[in-house]
Ligand binder design. Sequence first.
Ligand SMILES: [Zn+2]
Length: 182
Amino acid sequence: MGENRHLDSYKPPASSNEEKLYFLTYGRIRRRAFFLRTLLVFSILIIANLIMENYFNQEYYRWQNIGNGVVRNQGFLFWYNVYSIFNYFVLTILLVIFFIVQSTKRIHDVNKSGWYVLVPFYNIILWLSEGDKGQNDYGLDPKPYKVEKYYDNTLYQCSKCNHEQVRRGMKECPNCNTKLSW
Ligand SMILES: [Zn+2]
């Protein structure tokens, strides 16, 4: 299992963020990601409830009026119940879990235990605090770094054996193994 560790073949990681999956608390997120995901949660909740109010509940009352208080449309009743369970139960629980996970990742960004999500007001302060610069106990800095590609392919000559395949940064000459100093 020989790993190629030449400078020429080095590929920088795609992202400096170690965050794993949206429903796992592992890793850190910065304020921007936290706000965007919170916005997403509220948008989905609002849209789902607008559909509930403006379509399903309206239709329910309409069928009630036609049926003198009883909804006799079984097909509609089925989908009304399915959507009600989805809207008030499944979706709400999923979004609450999602939000708690994002809050935890955000609190990790200031190097605090995710359990502080349960402390009222203090959790809000932590969500709004600027994340740690660089690595902390919960992973790498999620702020993207500028990756500078720097290759010096200039060939130098070994002063001992005159070998001409020496590159800057090499610790020793590949031909005579003389320690090189730069
Ligand atoms: Zn040499």
